[in-house]
Design a protein around this ligand. Structure first.
Ligand SMILES: NC(=O)C1=CN([C@@H]2O[C@H](COP(=O)(O)OP(=O)(O)OC[C@H]3O[C@@H](n4cnc5c(N)ncnc54)[C@H](OP(=O)(O)O)[C@@H]3O)[C@@H](O)[C@H]2O)C=CC1
Ligand SMILES: O=C1OC[C@@H](O)[C@H](O)[C@H]1O
Length: 383
């Protein structure tokens, strides 16, 4: 059977848009996804020159990214000097939104209103109100929409969830998860999207979704969270970066009743502990994930010790590798979008809209309890 072709329109020509588009050009058979073919049919930028040079750059891709160029994935692709032409292009099935956080809501809304399916970068929106409005609109229009939490679709996350759910490590106790890096804040211009409060800058909104995705995968989806209830925020703290007033670091302590606690961190001033960016502590041992938390490929199981009273299922340290297919690891989420749209689904079971909304509510509460300049920043819901 010939593969299902999904035609992508791309909004903005920044860093992650480039990484994502490159991954769309990788041969799907390298990740056993022969049922899908990704085609990029429109690129939208605030400047037509930027759209055209982005397209030229994709056309000159090498290595694994050459496959799509040679197999027609960029044939007939339009380069537009605005976003509206992407939304209105009849050759586009789904729009990928990769502009700064504060524009996600407007861009998604414009795409949905034009009748397009949507994949939107994390954080899904600036606040929960925006997310609610988009979810309502997507449902009203009968369109597919998903937050681009690529980590969820990587092979290692399924494997880790399976081990935890199997009970092999004994009862789950708690997790810690950390997505931190030394972003060299002092060397950046104040208008950088990570530093500018008006663009939703700071660690929480940019890095926070990753510790949260681990908390959701492990605790929210744990078999003991039978009715999938939301966590309580026990505590949170934001460190303020004086120069622009955004958070240079954020901490969250969440609890899923009857399941466990999640101690979550994100920091723009230093790396986390690379050999243990996520630690799932269970009765019999720890499951420890090696960096980066957005796309890990290795985890260890480390037993707590030879305690004869334990069930003895974890005796020696184990190392498990789940290598990503060629590319950056973003194609798995694109495959999910293609399969959902082909099956006429309006959302992904693996990344449900309710969970995007739940994350936005958590981020709102942390932001509003902190003292940064984004504390009172409101989104564009209703506009
Ligand atoms: N999934 C992942 O791994 C990652 C996701 N992200 C998410 O993707 C989004 C974009 O991040 P990233 O690619 O790093 O950002 P960049 O700054 O590299 O790119 C953002 C692009 O948005 C467009 N844009 C529109 N309006 C503005 C504005 N007022 N100021 C700046 N840019 C504007 C520009 O493209 P143009 O001029 O062409 O319109 C710009 O190039 C963020 O929401 C971030 O959270 C980021 C990194 C990794
Ligand atoms: O979204 C992201 O994913 C990967 C991280 O390292 C990056 O900082 C963040 O923006």
């Amino acid at each position: 059977m010939s593969p299902f072709t999904l035609r992508w329109g791309i909004i903005s020509t920044g860093n992650i848009a480039n990484t994502f588009c490159k991954d769309l050009l990788v041969d799907p058979s390298t990740r056993k996804a022969d049922d899908v073919f990704h085609k990029i049919t429109a690129i939208g930028s605030r400047s037509v020159n930027s759209a055209q040079s982005f397209l030229n750059n994709l056309n000159s891709s090498q290595d694994h990214f050459r496959w799509g160029v040679s197999n027609g994935a960029l044939d007939g692709c339009s380069a537009y000097g605005n976003y509206d032409q992407v939304y209105n292009d009849p050759n586009v099935d789904v729009v990928y939104i990769a502009a700064p956080h504060t524009l996600h809501h407007k861009n998604c809304k414009d795409a949905l209103k034009a009748g397009k399916n949507v994949l939107c970068e994390k954080p899904f929106t600036l606040d929960a109100e925006e997310a609610e409005e988009l979810i309502g609109l997507a449902r009203e229009k009968g369109l597919f929409m998903m937050e681009a939490v690529w980590t969820r679709f990587q092979p290692i996350t399924y494997a880790i969830q399976e081990i935890i759910a199997s009970g092999r490590l004994g009862k789950l106790k708690r997790i810690t998860a950390d997505n931190s890096l030394d972003f060299k804040l002092d060397d950046r211009v104040e208008s950088h999207r990570m530093l500018d409060p008006a663009l939703g800058g700071g660690a929480l909104l940019d890095l926070g979704p990753y510790p949260l995705v681990w908390a959701l995968l492990i605790l929210h989806h744990h078999p003991n969270n039978v009715d999938r209830s939301s966590p309580k925020i026990l505590n949170s703290y934001q460190t303020i970066y004086g120069r622009t007033g955004v958070d240079s670091a954020s901490r969250m302590l969440l609890e899923w009743d009857g399941v466990g606690q999640a101690d979550l961190r994100c920091d723009l001033t230093c790396h986390g502990y690379m050999d243990g960016v996520v630690i799932v502590t269970c009765e019999e041992g720890d499951l420890v994930v090696v960096a980066p938390p957005s796309k890990p490929q290795t985890f260890h199981i480390i037993p707590h010790g030879p305690d004869p009273s334990r069930q003895g299922k974890v005796i020696e340290k184990e190392t498990h590798h789940y290598p990503l297919s060629p590319g950056h690891g973003m194609a798995y989420e694109a495959d999910e979008v293609a399969r959902c749209i082909q099956a006429n689904k309006k959302e992904s079971d693996r990344m449900p809209l309710e969970e995007s909304l739940m994350v936005m509510r958590i981020l709102d509460e942390v932001r509003r309890n902190g003292g940064t300049k984004t504390k009172d920043l409101r989104g564009t819901a209703g506009q």
